[in-house]
Design a binder for this molecule. Structure first.
Ligand code: C2E
Ligand code: MG
Ligand code: MG
Ligand code: MG
Length: 278
């Protein structure tokens, strides 16, 4: 009996591992058909210039609405797409759709709109990435200066080394490069200097610490100053309250993005963001 109990002790853990593996496998199979079945869509979250409060552009965020399971978070399915290679066709679709929609936004509402698109390291380093980007820009007629590529800082530094020539090509065309989730990954500030990024996005983790008595404010303020001294612009993400916005203004953070200012919305709701409020 003791033996039995001993064996069972490990079951809950094994079972949850098993469930996790099964769910991953199932999601991967479903994700294989997501594009063909039109289950993917983009939401657009506005980004604002801190000083003036005017719109700068949007970040495109992918959504997967499965007919049976409902909405599945990109935090769950993007890693699966990366592991399976599905990120290549999905990422191409995202880029094309985001560029098309930005072209429409520019024509109808805001000529200077910049569209930020998240790109996975796997996608960037898969063959033919720069050619794919050039093709999409050509096809959609969007100017390179109206496109910003966001790369997450959590990609290993060795990947950044092999990515440098690609990033330089993209930057040479006038595409803006932004380092996402800054502060959560590996890159040191000295390393940053060697990478051709124009913008750095301070992760929401730091923004959440603002105004808490933990020294978080001092770190964020110092970060903004340092990034400016390295010649880059700063976007703060995850602004949820007025106090955070007030501090970021005071510290000359260039752009802001967050639920306080605007949630990610489907394209149909984008025009409303340009309507003058009475
Ligand atoms: P991210 O690029 O750092 O995007 C910001 C995330 O924060 C988004 O989550 C956004 O909805 C959320 N967010 C925005 N404002 C606030 C706020 O005020 N408070 C809080 N708590 N959250 C806020 P989402 O859309 O769930 O995306 C999660 C991550 O998935 C993204 O993080 C990005 O890394 C990845 N992702 C999303 N779309 C794509 C895509 O098209 N391609 C790739 N490769 N990755 C994507
Ligand atoms: Mg992003
Ligand atoms: Mg990210
Ligand atoms: Mg981020």
């Amino acid at each position: 009996q003791a033996k039995e109990a001993g064996k069972n002790r490990y079951l809950p853990y094994q079972e949850s591992m098993q469930h996790e593996i099964e769910r991953k496998y199932m999601l991967e199979n479903e994700l294989r058909h997501a594009l063909d079945r039109n289950e993917l869509q983009l939401h657009y979250q506005p980004q604002f210039e801190t000083a003036t409060g005017s719109i700068r552009g949007f970040e495109a965020l992918v959504r997967w609405i499965h007919p049976v399971m409902g909405a599945i978070s990109p935090a769950e399915f993007i890693p699966i797409a990366e592991d399976s290679g599905l990120i290549v066709p999905i990422g191409r679709w995202v880029l094309r759709e985001a560029c098309l929609k930005n072209k429409q936004i520019q024509a109808l509402y805001f000529p200077k709109s910049v569209m930020s698109v998240n790109i996975s390291a796997v996608q960037l380093l898969s063959g033919g990435f720069t050619e794919m980007v050039a093709g999409v820009l050509h096809e959609t007629g969007l100017s390179p200066a109206s496109l910003e590529i966001e790369l997450t800082e959590s990609m290993p530094i060795t990947s950044f080394d092999s990515a440098i020539p690609l990033l330089e090509t993209l930057s040479g065309w006038g595409i803006k490069l932004s380092l996402d989730d800054f502060g959560t990954g590996y890159s040191s500030l000295s390393y940053l200097k060697r990478l051709p990024f124009h913008t750095l996005k301070i992760d929401k983790m730091f923004i959440q610490d603002i105004a808490k008595e933990t020294g978080g404010s001092a770190i964020t303020e110092a970060l903004i100053t340092l990034v400016h001294q390295l010649g880059m612009a700063v976007i703060a993400e995850g602004i949820e309250n007025d106090e955070q916005l007030r501090c970021l203004k005071k510290w000359n953070c260039d752009c802001v993005q967050g639920y306080l200012l605007g949630r990610p919305v489907p394209f149909a709701e984008v025009p409303g963001l340009f309507q003058v409020k009475a």
